[in-house]
Write a protein that binds this ligand. Sequence first.
Ligand code: ATP
Length: 234
Amino acid sequence: MLLEISDIHVHYGKIAALKGITAEVDQGEIVTLIGANGAGKTTTLKTVSGLRGLSSGAIRFDGQDISKMPGHKRVLVGIGQAPEGRGIFPGMTVEENLLMGAYARKDDPAKELAEAFDLFPRLAERRKQMGGTMSGGEQQMLAIGRALMAKPKVLLLDEPSMGLAPMLVQQIFSIIQEINRRGTTVLLVEQNAQQALQIAHRAYVLETGRVVKSAPAAELLDDPEVRAAYLGGE
Ligand code: ATP
């Protein structure tokens, strides 16, 4: 397994946000976490990337226990995150934003820059435009492109479709599939469960800080309970 999350508990002050989440992501997979608001999806991602600490449990990545490893070191071992709300640098150009994603690497990022522009032609067209003047969808692409610049083994995506027009939602999901086809493992958090399950190999359903179901994504698409709760009912 590339990523193993074992019985993790996470608190915000006295509030238990995660009450024993166990989940795995294998090399080459797209795995999605679905669930209602407040179920703990974002917190799970933040705990994997090191933005939140564990109260108990463990996270192993690529053969090592990273439970106590600081976030900036996790980037170096291969955990990339495109944060919810984008978090790009508004006063830097698109190209400069992308290059920031490679700042911790010592080799020449030219190849990754070309690859990001190949995945996102829109970013190539606008490489000299200020990040802050890009549309919401373009900023989302930029945030994903920037995370890829660090050549992550796993890419953590938090609500990549949030706030996007329907056509862009389609585009973002097919780009995520393409990123995965090119060799990057993906852990995806989405409100848009239908679309997420369509591109994922496996999925975990979270409810109030616990995993209540895990199965191949195709199975969950047909699961009556999942359909009723997360896929709009029919
Ligand atoms: P959403 O889709 O609404 O973002 P989520 O499944 O990602 O939901 P989390 O954001 O992980 O859920 O939140 C899990 C729980 O932790 C919620 O009850 C939330 O209110 C709580 N929580 C999250 N962040 C904080 C914080 N900074 N301080 C206090 N409680 C928090």
